[in-house]
Design a protein around this ligand. Sequence first.
Ligand SMILES: Cc1cc2nc3c(=O)[nH]c(=O)nc-3n(C[C@H](O)[C@H](O)[C@H](O)COP(=O)(O)OP(=O)(O)OC[C@H]3O[C@@H](n4cnc5c(N)ncnc54)[C@H](O)[C@@H]3O)c2cc1C
Length: 588
Amino acid sequence: MPSDLSNAIAAGRRDLAAAAAARPANVYAGNPFLRALVARHAPADGLVATHERLESFGEAIAASEDLVHRCSHEPGLPVLERWDGIGRRIERVRFDGAYHELGTLLYGSGAMGLVRRPERAAELAALVTLAAHHGESGHVCPWACTAGLIKVLDRAAHPALQAALLPGLEDPRYAHRLHGSQFLTEVQGGSDVGRNATEAVPVLPETADAPAVWAVTGEKWFCSVIDAPLYLMTARPAGAVEGTRGLGLFVVPHDLPGADGRQLRVQPLAQRFGHDVPRDVNGFAIRRLKHKLGTRAMASGEVDWTGALAWQVGPIDAGFHLVVDVVLNTSRLLNALACSGMMWRAWHEAAAFAQHRRAFGRPIARFAAVDGQLGQLWVESAAATASTFDLLALEASGTHRDAWRLGLNANKYWTSVRATQMVRLAMEVLGGNGTIEDFSPLPRLYRDAMVTESWEGTHHVLAAQTLRDIARLRIDEAWLDWLGPRAGTLADAELREALVARLARLATAAAGLRQRATEESAPTDMRRWLEDAMVAHQGLCLAEVAAATPAVVDRAAIAHFLALHPERGPVGATPWWPGRRESTGARQ
Ligand SMILES: Cc1cc2nc3c(=O)[nH]c(=O)nc-3n(C[C@H](O)[C@H](O)[C@H](O)COP(=O)(O)OP(=O)(O)OC[C@H]3O[C@@H](n4cnc5c(N)ncnc54)[C@H](O)[C@@H]3O)c2cc1C
């Protein structure tokens, strides 16, 4: 090969190697903004130790890409094993060793032990954000499910069930831990949970020593973390009313507990239902694992329930209320934190690449167009993290409950949409290399981010809920009462005026939506309102961080953020497509 040619190739490879080497060796220490958020929201007492723990985790995350890569691609993907070698049903999932290594690292952080410690909420949030630098990674969804299970057991379960399950759910030792999953979706309805048909029949009543036991029969269509030992699920008690009001909530153990100290009267029931003891598989069969776009390291199954024994959680007619109030609200926050983590990773990847990849004689970061994208990636990552931490703080304060409800739904929607967009933007910065699986984690993150858009409430469902809340509860006013005074006291006059004006226009627009909540155009405009609302909320959060710690975010970044998101306002036009009238019943 002529030396000019080999020199050119070597220079190109050197650039790519330099970009790979420029990734941060510690994704916590290398992120002053996240550090500032933790300092802002965590108790000052013990803050040094909190930073130290997070730094150690941030270093381990930066060093573990290889593990995630291995368990997210063939041949490391989860495999369903329904039977053991001598023909006994086991209904288990076999994971690559890399999956378990990563799990040991993640659970070893003690994250699940923080779920019931509100004073350490910021640390938990930072751990989830850091873990999600790897995308879902096979373990972030299990964390979200387990956190929801811990909270709902803590809130509503029989004391015997709490005593039996909570220590295992909070255990940081990977091999000893229990973890959970949550199954609502059935083939006839994901958003429309009220159409759940899985049925529960009573088996034993509650006593002072044990929760009521039921047997569930039916089908669940999307069962993520199907490897978990504990499934939290909705089912309709036989004869209960239709709709969500008729749903109960249950914990179904994968195995029927034997002589392990957690019998809760289920062992004798196992004999009655014809299962072998001890530790026979409960009454269910995993039909197959889903072949998914993203979150591929995590196992999602379709399941037939055939009289699986289940412990009741909370009052039998309060299942849906508990799911929404405790479980989904927890997942919506963790979903947003996961999206923030993916956005930060996208930023790190793009920034490292752009500073070393050369085109037309210069690093591509020196092109104004790329520079603008890097700025957007950084500020949107910061914005997503700041609004989510802000909501966590609001939840902990126990005040402004209506504002929290609106903010949580809007934040889940917006952070998931922006995560997909930002990963896509980072892929653009990397060009063709950004689409190559063994060069970049971005393809994996892109797939995972897309899935977070469906989880825990689709966009339309969250927008529809907010529209109802605005119409019936004037929830927009509570949200504006929460943010308005904060915007009004910003010291930076330009940002203050911009944000106060945005909030005033949001108030007017919400009043308009209230008036025409039942009109055809309202749902589309509601969604645009949510986007405008999130930009205002995030702009305010960024401005507050800038005021407290100007070194970590410059006001130029906030001005850029607001300029990138001009207010959208109502659409004000009727859609048209062939066959619309027949399909939608719309007026011509
Ligand atoms: C990888 C993966 C893993 C999953 N794991 C689980 C799990 O472990 N447990 C679980 O319970 N679920 C799980 N889900 C299911 C997920 O929660 C659902 O996909 C989600 O709730 C949406 O339901 P659906 O898919 O049935 O969509 P549908 O409800 O059929 O919605 C289809 C479209 O119609 C829209 N739509 C629905 N209702 C309205 C309305 N009122 N107004 C306007 N538009 C509307 C939706 O926004 C969406 O755009 C998983 C999904 C995926 C992709």
